[in-house]
Design a protein around this ligand. Sequence first.
Ligand SMILES: CC(C)(COP(=O)(O)OP(=O)(O)OC[C@H]1O[C@@H](n2cnc3c(N)ncnc32)[C@H](O)[C@@H]1OP(=O)(O)O)[C@@H](O)C(=O)NCCC(=O)NCCS
Length: 193
Amino acid sequence: MRRPGLIFAGVAAWLAGMTELGPVAWPPAPIRTERLLLRASEPRDRPAFVELLASPEVNTYLGGPRPRADLERELPAVPEQWPGSFVVELDGAMIGHVLLRRPPERQRPAAVGRADLGYLFLPEAWGSGYATEACAAALDWFDRALPGEPTVLFTQSANVASMRLAAKLGFAEVERFEAWGAEQWLGLRSPTP
Ligand SMILES: CC(C)(COP(=O)(O)OP(=O)(O)OC[C@H]1O[C@@H](n2cnc3c(N)ncnc32)[C@H](O)[C@@H]1OP(=O)(O)O)[C@@H](O)C(=O)NCCC(=O)NCCS
């Protein structure tokens, strides 16, 4: 027989996942931009998630790559399926992941309780403006889903491409601080009315 505590923990985790961002309808209708499609993740995206998380280039400023064998074993059949997690598709194939989430463990006062934006794209998709196009569409979705809410963004200041992207998306510097052996940058974006 399953213990009631375990069942409760499972339900609580499910509810936390459901409500982390707030009262948003999920999954949303797929979002089309000029060149891209943003949608919730599906089983066919699993190999691209393995590539993203195992890539040394993608993870240079994110704590390093994960061993491919571990990912193959541990990733769920449909990775990263939660409200605010967008797969970015180009011509029918996943090229990146854009995340809007409200992590409970944030320590910096300006970020506590706020949703933050994250992004990872496969190296072959860099340098074409896809990340800017996809993140702008995800932020536009957020502004309509949760009107009036600012968003924050953390990145290493040495991550030049990420710093440029943050500026293009309208994030303004709040502070820089040392963590995990590097200078971190925290930016804030006011919602578009
Ligand atoms: C951060 C990251 C998403 C940026 O990707 P990116 O492709 O450089 O970002 P953009 O989509 O803004 O593309 C900008 C580049 O495309 C070029 N570009 C080409 N065609 C373009 C177009 N039609 N529209 C806009 N830009 C275009 C721009 O000139 C610019 O090139 P430059 O950097 O040489 O000046 C990518 O480097 C990445 O995935 N890094 C690993 C993950 C990571 O570190 N994430 C940060 C976590 S906080």
